[in-house]
Design a protein around this ligand. Structure first.
Ligand SMILES: Nc1nc2c(ncn2[C@@H]2O[C@H](COP(=O)(O)OP(=O)(O)OP(=O)(O)O)[C@@H](O)[C@H]2O)c(=O)[nH]1
Ligand SMILES: [Mg+2]
Length: 373
């Protein structure tokens, strides 16, 4: 029996099984088996885990700028119109579905940050399981720093379908990585550290580890509400957790009262816009900028004045080593230490190493090795 047939067989078994306390364990195990088989299927297809569409035509876009965001949505919701008004790009717009056939990048400049926006073909329900080019399209979101989920004002429910499709291929938008720490060892069997009263049992953790071929190691779970699905995500290891924003487009087609009544029923962080008439686009740019959590770093070359005019724009959580890598390809090799002033420093001009985490508006001086040019 091939892998797809095996998956089908287990899915049928899950459908037949009534979900209750007594069957919970069994269903958890079946789900883990499916997730593992799906991963195997991907590996067979791509030679490794879910790819970003590498080697495929049209979907490979080199990351450029300070961050990359993608537009995901059903056909004709206005993704290309949106790309064109956010950036300098000129993606084809038409009233028929599937107008966009490849990934089209554009660059949005906002408050000193260069943000790459990628327009994509429309996707439909079932995309993750291979409908149309859906899977390849969805995969582009894997490397994105932010996913813009675009929905038509008359089809707001499409939002949950899109989130599900993304989740199917391991892109978990607006979710936190599960609080599971897996430390594999050479021998000694499996030891599980889990709080009493947790949703998941120790025997379930052991069984799932066995399915995923982990026979030795320490598993630490620090979240009593962790579900079997979360544990599968942690064991599968190829999940990503990008931020997202929901864009409700074409609001020019409904009156303000209808819109006001609709917003509370949608998920939070909805951005109501009308791309074709440039309505709320500045507000959307501001939300994108905030969601990307940029910080500004002022560089002070050794013995010189701080450059407050053109800060370096980087993401929250950036370390000194990330900045070195961004500045010059030899900077990491030549790095001796750095001096930091500002919110992340204990005092003015604190001497720090490569792992120091920078904060907004810090002033940074990098000191190179004596013999470095
Ligand atoms: N009324 C109105 N129409 C819009 C708006 N934005 C886009 N449209 C129209 O919607 C249609 C589809 O727009 P596109 O930008 O091509 O949509 P798309 O999501 O890129 O479509 P695909 O590439 O086929 O997936 C076009 O006729 C646009 O003019 C809007 O804000 N209001
Ligand atoms: Mg399009």
């Amino acid at each position: 029996m091939g892998i797809p047939e095996k998956i089908k067989e287990i899915e049928d078994e899950i459908h037949k099984t009534q979900i209750n306390k007594a069957t919970e364990f069994h269903i958890g195990i079946l789900k883990a088996k499916i997730a593992k088989l799906k991963r195997e299927l991907e590996e067979n297809r791509h030679g490794k885990t879910v790819s970003t569409g590498k080697g495929s035509s049209g979907y490979d876009v080199r990351k450029e700028g300070d961050a990359t965001i993608v537009l995901i949505g059903f056909p004709s919701v206005g993704k290309s119109t949106l790309l064109n008004c956010l950036t300098n790009a000129n993606s084809k717009i038409a009233s028929y579905q599937f107008t966009t056939l490849t990934a089209i990048p554009g660059m949005m400049e906002y408050r000193g940050a260069k943000i790459q926006v990628i327009d994509l073909p429309g996707i439909i329900k079932g995309a993750a399981s291979g409908k149309g080019m859906g899977k390849k399209v969805l995969s582009v979101a894997r490397n994105a720093d932010l996913v813009l989920i675009v929905v038509d004002v008359f089809q707001p429910k499409h939002f949950s379908i899109l989130v599900k499709e993304l989740a199917e291929i391991g892109i978990k938008v607006n979710k936190k990585p599960p609080n599971v720490h897996i430390h594999k060892t050479e021998k000694g069997g499996i030891s599980v550290s889990i709080d009493q009263g947790s949703l998941i049992s120790e025997s379930m953790v052991r069984e799932m580890c066995r399915i995923y071929g982990i026979h030795n190691g320490r598993i630490t779970i620090r979240d009593p509400d962790l579900t079997t699905d979360d544990l599968i995500d942690a064991l599968a290891g190829n999940r990503v957790y990008p931020n997202s924003l929901i864009i409700l487009n074409k609001i020019d087609l409904i009156d303000t009262n209808t819109l006001d009544a609709m917003i509370p029923f949608l998920e939070e962080d909805v951005e109501p816009v009308a791309a074709s008439s440039n309505l709320n686009i500045e507000m959307l740019k501001e939300s994108i900028f905030n969601r990307l959590e940029f910080i500004r770093i002022y560089m002070r070359p050794k013995g010189e004045k701080t450059d407050y005019e053109e800060p370096l724009i980087v993401r929250k959580g950036t370390r000194v080593k990330d900045i070195c890598a961004k500045l010059h390809r030899n900077m990491l090799r030549d790095f001796r230490f750095a001096l930091v002033s500002g919110k992340s420093a204990k005092f003015e001009g604190q001497k720090v190493g490569l792992d120091h985490v920078m904060l907004d508006e810090d002033v940074l001086t990098i000191i190179k090795k004596i013999n470095a040019i």
